[in-house]
Ligand binder design. Sequence first.
Ligand SMILES: C[S@@+](CC[C@H](N)C(=O)[O-])C[C@H]1O[C@@H](n2cnc3c(N)ncnc32)[C@H](O)[C@@H]1O
Length: 243
Amino acid sequence: MTEWTNDMAIQRWGTMPRTLLEQMAHDGDFAKRHLINPVLLHMLGDVAGRRVLDAGCGNGYLSRMLAGRGARTVGVEPGQSLFDFAVEQETVAPQGIRYIQADLCALPDLGAPFDAVVASMVLPAIPDWTGAMQACVHALKPGGLFVFTVNHPCFEQLWTAWRDHGEYRTHRYLAEYEIPGPSGANFHRTLSTYLNQLTSLGCHLTEIAEPGLAPDVASDGPDGIDAYVHLPNFLIVAARRAT
Ligand SMILES: C[S@@+](CC[C@H](N)C(=O)[O-])C[C@H]1O[C@@H](n2cnc3c(N)ncnc32)[C@H](O)[C@@H]1O
């Protein structure tokens, strides 16, 4: 595997083209709309008046959804084009979101501890993901809620496998490997790697979700998306920082 550094990964993510950022500006992409957002919002609960950190906020769509529900939101994003887009949206339609351009592993002072931290599809994008997870947990109040999403480690690259073979296939799970993508690189790690790191940080797991797509929604989606009816493409984890 290439020896990736956080800076190399950030550089790559930060070139995401504006057309793509605009397409996903409202509520993300198809999978986020139908599988991730409803679970995240449910796990985060009533965020009105709560201080929430959107760690690795990308184009800021989730920050805007949370601010729209009354959260006092801070978005951290290091990638240049993503950060610029998020800031621009806040300038055009201010919601009181504070954006900070930073690597989660080298955070400036973010002020008071957060009630909740959400890191959606971010940990797999970071070479030094343990440092990033630690930063997310340390940003919380004691007892605060940490929610993160990853591509389900057991069904990595599900959609393409299903499209090519009509079923899920893989030949590797235990090794860490790179998954190149059009907008940035992601890195496969095992399920136990993520969960054991979480518990080693003193967090208590409260809920895990492996959402499936409703068949009627799949019939309106892109080719091969029925894979998501049968197997979970995402793993969504909620945990509380020790009190
Ligand atoms: C797949 S995108 C997800 C973005 C957003 N959370 C969403 O759900 O749309 C991965 C994000 O992680 C960000 N990222 C990569 N390395 C990072 C780091 N070291 N610290 C914080 N964010 C990072 C990328 O710039 C990118 O915005």
